[in-house]
Design a protein around this ligand. Structure first.
Ligand SMILES: Nc1ncnc2c1ncn2[C@@H]1O[C@H](COP(=O)(O)OP(=O)(O)OP(=O)(O)O)[C@@H](O)[C@H]1O
Length: 444
């Protein structure tokens, strides 16, 4: 563990282009009849340095695209600030916003659908120049020809249509279009995911060349960790709307600190069969962003989760199954009951969930469960059988929740290169992540 653990992080670095503080993007949730909001991005702080490539990784639905789109003001943030070269762009509107947009553009994942098939390639690349009334007609034409050249296409492609191009060529068109107004910053949203591997390498190399030639700063969104490792200077790991860890690429890949990053990296296939790194298999699926845990977003699946003091002596296996049981109940509590079910519940004749008893037996049947724990399970089972899964959920929360469920962690500096990680275990109060994980994996 690094000596710096426990210090709070400083977000500002040497030559910061973008400084994001407390950024949130929630969808829906307003209005009397609206359900809870989708917390797609739920309070993130980070910087992007001028000229760097910051990678953004995480499972599908964790909020990567929403974060990228919000940085470009394609989405209006719910809360927080985004300083771009010192100006808070969250407050820009009208002509100021339009003017700023020249500086920041997006390259999309799917070159099949992101280009308008009714326009020639020349028209597609010229469109942003027309929209911003950029210089005269002849200048625009020359600019488009220069851009075609910069992305490895030629003059003859000017009058062709996107459907006449391969996937890689289409992505080159998308990149040329994004560069038309000479932006400083590009959000690359999975720019190579839809391409064949051989084409991916060419587009990555093109992006690297363009970055150098035009002094570009990139946010590179991806789920393929090997691509990220190759191209990014630093990497941010996202889970359920939060950044769990952020740091220099090699430092993060070689010595991840956050349990979530560790599990992601442990799942990368390794060519060396003697490599002793154990794969960490995560139970369950991420919770809905409408119903994220109040504390750490990873609390429901974390292999290094802190236990409540009252249950520290419990057998590892029993504890894991309690957590699994809690997830089953949590999912049930999110299902809406029909009017007929609610009426039956009122009459004490509710039967929709009466298989829960069997599920509990399947889950706990083959292990020794201490009597007091068995009693808690029985109470929860009864609540569910009576049609009150939310009460069961609350009951289990009261009995089994720990600091990870209840309190949001802080970002802690975990390496000398200022990598930071969002986890309660980085305080001296708790056993550190590695000790817990190595004990748990050696037990398996
Ligand atoms: N316009 C919207 N309205 C409501 N919910 C949305 C909207 N856009 C995104 N979401 C939700 O926000 C969450 C984050 O979505 P987002 O697309 O940002 O994730 P992602 O990490 O980019 O996923 P993927 O890798 O699959 O593209 C998801 O639960 C998604 O359903």
């Amino acid at each position: 563990m690094s000596e710096t653990i426990g210090e709070s992080k400083s977000t500002v670095r040497d030559d910061t282009l973008i400084e994001v503080s407390g950024l949130r993007k929630h969808y829906g949730g307003d209005g009397i009849f609206a359900g809870p909001p989708v917390k797609a991005v739920d309070g993130v702080d980070f910087t992007i340095e001028r000229g760097e490539t910051l990678g953004l990784v995480g499972e599908s639905g964790c909020g990567k695209s929403t974060l990228g789109r919000t940085l470009l003001r394609l989405e209006t943030p719910t809360e927080g600030s985004i300083l771009f070269d010192g100006t808070d762009i969250t407050t820009l509107s009208g002509s100021d916003l339009k003017e700023w947009r020249r500086n920041a553009q997006m390259v999309f994942q799917d070159p099949e659908s992101s280009l308008n098939d009714r326009m020639t390639v020349g028209e597609i690349i010229r469109e942003p120049l027309d929209a911003h009334d950029w210089k005269g007609k002849q200048d625009r034409r020359e600019r488009v020809l220069d851009l075609l050249d910069a992305v490895g296409l030629s003059d003859e492609h000017y009058f062709r249509y996107p459907h006449q191009f391969s996937g890689g060529q289409r992505q080159r068109v998308g990149i040329a279009r994004a560069l038309a107004l000479e932006p400083e910053f590009l959000v690359l949203d999975e720019p190579v995911s839809a391409l064949d591997v051989s084409v991916q390498a060419k587009i990555i190399s093109l992006l690297e060349d363009l970055q150098e030639e035009f002094d570009l700063t990139y946010l590179f969104i991806a789920h393929d960790l090997s691509v990220v490792r190759h191209i990014c200077d630093r990497v941010a790991v996202m889970y359920l709307g939060k950044i769990m860890e952020l740091g220099e690429t090699e430092d993060l890949f070689q010595n991840p600190s956050n349990p979530y990053t560790k599990s992601l990296i442990s799942a990368i296939p390794r060519p060396d069969p003697t490599d002793a790194t154990r794969r960490i298999t995560l139970p369950g699926t991420p919770p809905s962003p409408r119903d994220a845990p109040a504390g750490c977003p990873f609390a429901t699946r974390c292999p290094a989760k802190i236990r409540p003091e009252s249950h520290t002596d419990l057998d590892e296996d029993v504890w894991d199954r309690i957590e699994q049981f809690r997830e089953i109940i949590r999912e049930r509590s999110r299902m809406d009951l029909s009017t007929a079910d609610i009426a039956k519940r009122g009459l004490g004749r509710f039967s929709r969930f009466d298989d829960i008893n069997e599920t509990a037996s399947d889950l706990f049947g083959d292990i020794d469960v201490p009597a007091d724990i068995a009693e808690h399970i029985d109470v929860a089972v009864e609540y569910v059988e009576d049609g009150y899964p939310s009460k069961a959920r609350e009951y289990l929360y009261e009995e089994f929740s720990s600091v990870c469920d209840r309190e949001k962690p802080e970002n802690h500096v975990v390496s000398e290169s200022d990598r930071y990680s969002y986890c309660h275990r980085h305080t001296n109060e708790y056993e550190d992540v590695d000790t817990v994980l190595s004990r748990r994996t050696s037990d398996e």
